[in-house]
Design a binder for this molecule. Structure first.
Ligand SMILES: [Mg+2]
Length: 283
């Protein structure tokens, strides 16, 4: 009914589908992952974003997280500084962590194709593993051409929301990977449709997030757990950024990833007092 009666509004649709899956799971006494095909993984890898912009501080943070085994893959948000300033920052971090960590960048559409050609060549020789959305979301041609010019793969993010976008980009000749997000796609089911198209096209999968709290994160984890191969892992660390939560038991982040919660539905329990505390009140 939701899909027939609404267009767009993918974030709201994702929230509603998540709630319906949770209800149905509880009714059947099955986890949401069972409703989506069945979990193939109970522990899902999670990377971390190093975001201070200060090279020494980011290196310290990376080394400390590696020692704790909390994360072994790192993503850096770049694109706001001059290309070579960004490249020096990223290359220094890669050199410091060496082979023990994968270092990727997210350019967030900041480069035009010419800048991206220069930037990707430099990132490729610095040993960076993945470049997320180097060019503007609507410049599909640039993304296709860049993906064929370099062996460092491109992770398409803003350019692809759902299965149809995925099909169009793959048909245009794109090679690389896709950042799936349940909120972008319009729910866990739609995100998994997109995964199927990507798999058919030989495009690598990555579990992305709009930095949701625990509930949105868990809904995505149930979806990602059903995928045999998550080539680039996930970035489902939203809950780690929060000072407080509305669930009674936080997710268990350990061993460079997070556990899929057990139990019926989403497998998380709402703390009603916390929910009341954080509910937006009319002034
Ligand atoms: Mg991104």
């Amino acid at each position: 009914m939701l899909n027939r009666s609404t267009r767009g509004n993918n974030l709201a649709r994702s929230a509603i589908e998540t709630a319906l899956l949770d209800l149905q799971g509880k009714r059947l006494n099955r986890p949401v992952s069972d409703l989506l095909g069945g979990a193939l993984h109970q522990h899902i890898p999670v990377l971390w974003t190093l975001a201070s912009g200060d090279t020494a501080r980011d290196i310290d943070e990376a080394l400390s997280l590696l020692a704790q085994k909390r994360h072994c893959d790192f993503k850096l948000k770049i694109g706001s500084r001059r290309v070579m300033d960004d490249v020096r920052h990223v290359a220094a971090i890669k050199e410091a962590v060496g082979e023990q960590a994968s270092v990727r960048v997210d350019v967030n559409q900041a480069w035009d194709e010419t800048t991206a050609t220069k930037g990707m060549a430099e990132l490729q020789s610095a040993g960076i593993d993945l470049v997320e959305q180097p060019t503007p979301m609507k410049d599909l041609g640039a993304l296709v051409r860049l993906s064929r010019k370099f062996h460092i793969p491109i992770l398409a993010d803003e350019s692809i929301a759902d299965a149809k976008d995925m099909f169009a980009l793959a048909a245009a000749g794109f090679a690389g990977a896709v950042a799936m997000k349940i909120a972008k796609a319009g729910g866990p089911t739609r995100a998994l449709e997109q995964a199927t198209v990507a798999q058919a096209a030989g495009i690598g999968l990555y579990g992305g997030t709009l930095l949701e709290g625990t509930i949105g994160t868990v809904a995505a984890l149930h979806a990602w757990s059903t995928l045999e191969t998550l080539h680039w892992g996930t970035e489902m660390f939203g809950p780690l950024l929060m000072k407080d939560d509305i669930v009674t038991k936080p997710l268990n982040f350990h061993n460079n990833g997070v556990d899929l919660p057990a139990g019926p539905g989403l497998g998380v329990e709402i703390d009603e007092d916390k929910l009341a505390e954080y509910r937006r009140k009319d002034q």
